[in-house]
Design a protein around this ligand. Structure first.
Ligand code: SIN
Length: 352
């Protein structure tokens, strides 16, 4: 017997005629309207980064994407590659210089490795007492000059973004210098951070950000330093029992673009991207403290995670122990920059 269920799904000639006469023109017209509403992008910006979306950097980049889309009507498209999905922090700078991506926001600690040594100043432990002091540097003439210096690295420095102050994490609280003894602590590739960990009696281990969790889980390293937003979103809590609220150093970012890409943009597109970025950075810098505070609230309620606050004498003792790191930085040619920061910015007493 013939299979009538299959045959009954074949469109009849009459049905085909209805389709050709009425539905096909409607479908073509709708397609045309859609094409007009969503123009094909003429500029595509690949923005790679290494953190999660719900962090100060992740949020800033998403805001930038939104603003660029709105203001260009879709003509400029920003594609985001978060969480080291395209490049890690060990190869993203090279990718930018080679033009494999157009924009990045590496942490300031990553710039000395590509020859921008002045950026190391941000890594100095216990340099900044509050965000007002940091902003005085990043949003003032000192920050402007640091961004300009990046032209020697075939990059255009476009602006600064805060994450916040770093905290130490380890299997036990790190309240005294003795608590650091013999620990292997993950750091970013920075001479200042390396000297900081050595001054505290720990062994620094340079690792890409994206490999930190695995290294902690497998015992390759014992601890790390990061603001709480990164600690939470990299899911470090299950592999680190104790977080000591040291606020010992600052973590921030510089947004950079590939020099050739930037130079070849049309003037109007460059202006649009610049303004969208300034607006996204302003919002990001407004939100960063809030995002870290939210992370702290979550971690305070996370079973198995202990947050330890330093007493004033404990913090003072750690601060004292890392003073040679400042002297070392000055000895390597950083003294003019450090003095300028001390003179112009470190008197700021209020929190932003
Ligand atoms: C980042 O926030 O971009 C990474 C920080 C780190 O490598 O510790």
């Amino acid at each position: 017997m013939a299979d009538t269920t299959l045959l009954s799904h074949q469109p009849s000639l009459q049905q085909w005629c209805i389709w050709c006469k009425y539905l096909l023109p409607i479908a073509l017209w709708a397609n045309l309207l859609h094409a007009q509403a969503a123009p094909v992008p003429t500029v595509v910006v690949r923005f790679s980064h290494v953190v999660a979306s719900n962090t100060p950097k992740g949020q800033m980049v998403e805001q930038l994407q939104k603003l660029v889309q709105q203001r260009s009507g879709g003509r400029i498209r920003l594609d985001i590659y978060p969480n080291s999905t395209l490049y890690g922090d060990d190869d993203e700078m090279e990718a930018l210089q080679l033009g494999a991506v157009e924009m990045l926001a590496p942490s300031l600690s990553k710039f000395s490795a590509v020859g921008a040594a002045g950026f190391e100043v941000f890594d100095l432990p216990f340099l900044f007492q509050n965000m007002a002091q940091v902003r005085c540097v990043t949003q003032g003439t000192i920050g402007g000059k640091l961004l300009q210096s990046l032209s020697r690295q075939q990059m255009v420095g476009l602006g600064f973004l805060d994450n916040g102050f770093k905290q130490m994490s380890a299997p036990h609280p790190l309240k005294k210098v003795q608590d650091f003894g013999g620990l292997r602590l993950r750091i970013q590739a920075s001479r200042v951070l390396s000297a900081q960990m050595r001054a505290l009696g720990a062994q620094p281990v340079v690792l890409p950000f994206g490999e930190t969790r695995q290294a902690l889980a497998s015992g390759v390293v014992d601890g790390a330093e990061n603001p709480l937003s990164n600690f939470l979103t990299q899911r470090l809590a299950p592999v680190q029992r104790a977080v000591t609220l040291t606020d010992h150093g600052y973590l921030g970012y510089a947004v950079v673009a590939n020099g050739q890409f930037w130079a070849h943009l049309g003037a109007a597109d460059r202006a649009l991207l610049t303004q969208a970025l300034l607006d996204a950075l302003q919002q990001g810098n407004r939100l960063s403290a809030q995002i870290n505070q939210q992370a702290r609230t979550v971690l305070e309620q996370t079973p198995g995670t202990q947050l330890h606050t330093l007493s004033v004498p404990e913090r003072q003792a750690l601060r004292q122990a890392v003073q040679p790191v400042h002297a070392d930085f000055e000895g390597r040619g950083g003294s003019t920059l450090l003095r300028q920061i001390q003179r112009e910015c470190l008197h700021q007493a209020t929190e932003n």
